[in-house]
Every structure is written in structure tokens, then in C-alpha cells.
Design a protein around this ligand. Structure first.
Ligand code: DQA
Length: 147
């Protein structure tokens, strides 16, 4: 059964207690529990990961690209956290590894501080979902099934 990778960047391990008025009260484990049946309904397993380190995200995106080519991964749901707004390396990893990515943000980054309005990732993402909270992850998984 192929897998969908759900990759999360810095500070998302704090979900549940981190600014709940912005990010909601669900933890990453809660989000994983919501996403697993969505992936299963599409015939996929789900691999949920989180790291606070930019280079680890780059390595995971390279791994995802290789696994997409091998047929064992369908694509990546990526919440790069604050690296969204700073990381050319993550943008280049998506482009270089040719990995289908749906970019997700829990909060509506466009309704927040201006430094969150620009994403290095969006131009190389297949699609972008912002501001829908944890449900955005579920929709992003479903989006990977679209032609
Ligand atoms: C975030 C938005 C980013 O601006 C922020 O740095 C995060 C979380 C979101 O999911 O809304 O860490 O990616």
C-alpha cells in the first residue's frame, strides 16, 4: 500500500498548547488520528513526522522524491511552519526532488503579520490550503488524489 507523507516543521510539536487561539487546541497526534482514516479511504497508509530542523525537512523531501519515483509514496502534505517564509533550501528540495506537495497552514497566514504573507514553497507546491485548521490536513490528503 503506498503512503502519504505528512511532514511538519518547527514548533508544530507544540500544537495543543501553542497559541490555541491561532492554531486550535488539537495536538499533532490528534491531527494524525483525523488523517489516518482519510488516507485509508484512499488506499494509502499515513506517515506523520515533525522536525524543528530545516535540513531534516530537506532530507525527508529528497527521500519522498525517491519513494514517489519507486511508487511507494503518492506525495507529501507539508506544513513547513516558519520555514515557509524563509527557506530557499526547502523550496529547492521540492523542485529538485520533483515531489508532489500540498502546502498546508493551520492559520490564515494572509490575515496575519506581513512577514507571513510570502511563501517560498507555494510556487513549487501543487496546491496550497490555509486557514482551515486541522481540517486542512485532511483536505490536503484528498487533494493528492486529484489528477
Ligand atoms: C503555520 C504558519 C506559520 O507562519 C507559522 O510560522 C507556523 C505555523 C500554520 O500552520 O499556520 O509555525 O505554518
Amino acid at each position: 500500500m503506498p503512503a502519504v507523507l505528512v511532514l511538519n516543521g518547527p514548533n508544530l510539536n507544540l500544537l495543543g498548547t501553542r497559541e490555541p487561539e491561532v492554531y486550535g487546541s488539537q495536538t499533532l497526534a490528534d491531527i494524525q488520528a483525523r488523517c489516518e482514516p482519510v488516507a485509508a479511504a484512499l488506499g494509502w497508509t499515513l506517515e506523520m513526522r515533525q522536525t524543528n530542523h530545516e535540513g531534516v525537512l530537506v532530507d525527508w523531501l529528497h527521500e519522498a522524491g525517491a519513494r514517489v519515483r519507486a511508487g511507494s509514496v503518492v506525495g507529501v502534505v507539508l506544513n513547513p511552519g516558519a520555514y515557509t517564509h524563509t527557506s530557499v533550501a526547502i523550496r529547492d528540495a521540492i523542485d529538485g526532488a520533483q515531489v508532489p506537495v500540498i502546502e498546508v497552514h493551520l492559520s490564515n497566514v494572509h490575515a496575519r503579520e506581513s512577514f507571513r504573507h510570502h511563501s517560498y514553497v507555494s510556487p513549487v507546491a501543487r496546491g496550497v490550503i490555509v486557514g482551515l485548521g486541522a481540517r486542512g490536513y485532511e483536505l490536503a490528503i484528498q487533494a493528492l488524489a486529484l489528477d
